[in-house]
Design a protein around this ligand. Structure first.
Ligand code: ADP
Ligand code: MG
Length: 229
């Protein structure tokens, strides 16, 4: 079990009151599997990812990442854990305009103290794994939207995370390119053994994930069992 949230409650200040974004949410994602999270806008999907990513500390509940309980871990140790064990893919790729595809990935390795040579090799391998062989020296404006999202995914894998958190990666893509990105994510999840959470509002992409859960007003419920393969 590489990601385990239990009884997580998160509130945000809302005028004089508090808004409950996550209401006693429990979720376990085993290694090598993909759990899709669906639900209407404002239901708490991104908040769930932010808590799983240790970017926000919940009011209550426990977040265990790769066997480490993050409760009361402290800022520095949480940041180190995040860097080593969590890969995050945001909705927009946020690539750096002046860097090539390989360099976007190498920046991540630099943060973790890897040698430039091994970082370059790893970047090239990951770019090949996401279908971008031969594109390593292209800059973002020389890539399509789908290709940029693939660079974004490869970058999240650079430090070999145990947990992969992905927020609506297909929202800027047409159906076929979106489906290809979800296929890629489920394949990478199986090959690399990551515990993957995939937020999406496109139900057409759900046939290859292992489980679908649904958020509604901050509550989570299992929507379907294992999806047909
Ligand atoms: P989703 O990703 O499903 O659209 P979010 O997790 O972004 O949902 O938001 C859940 C609820 O929390 C919404 O009502 C949203 O307005 C509120 N919310 C999200 N982020 C913040 C924040 N930083 N401060 C206050 N309220 C927030
Ligand atoms: Mg969201």
């Amino acid at each position: 079990m590489t990601l385990d949230l239990s009884d997580v409650t998160l509130t945000y200040p809302d005028g004089d009151a508090r808004l409950t974004a996550l209401d006693r949410v429990s979720l376990t994602v085993p290694a090598g599997t993909t759990t899709a999270v669906i639900g209407p806008s404002g239901s708490g999907k991104s908040s769930l990812l932010a808590v799983a990513a240790t970017l926000i500390t919940p009011d209550r509940g426990r977040v265990v990442v790769a066997g480490t309980d993050t409760t009361g871990l402290g800022r520095a140790r949480t940041a180190a854990l995040r860097r080593r064990t969590i890969g995050i893919v945001f909705q927009q790729p946020h690539l750096i305009a002046s860097l090539t595809a390989a360099e976007q990935l190498q920046v991540m390795a630099h943060l973790d103290g890897r040698s430039p040579r091994s970082a370059r090799l790893r970047a090239e391998r990951l770019l090949a794994a996401v279908g971008l062989t031969g594109q390593a020296d292209r800059r973002p404006h020389q890539l399509s939207g789908g290709q940029r999202q693939r660079v974004n995914i490869a970058r999240a894998l650079m430090n070999d995370p145990a947990v992969l958190l992905v927020d609506e990666p297909t929202s800027a893509l047409d159906h076929d390119r979106g489906a290809a990105v979800v296929d890629l994510l489920t394949d990478l999840t199986r090959d690399r053994g990551t515990a993957t959470v995939l937020v999406t509002h496109d139900r057409g992409h759900l046939n290859r994930v292992d489980r679908v859960v649904e958020m509604h007003d901050g509550r989570l419920r299992v929507s379907t069992g294992p999806a047909p393969r």
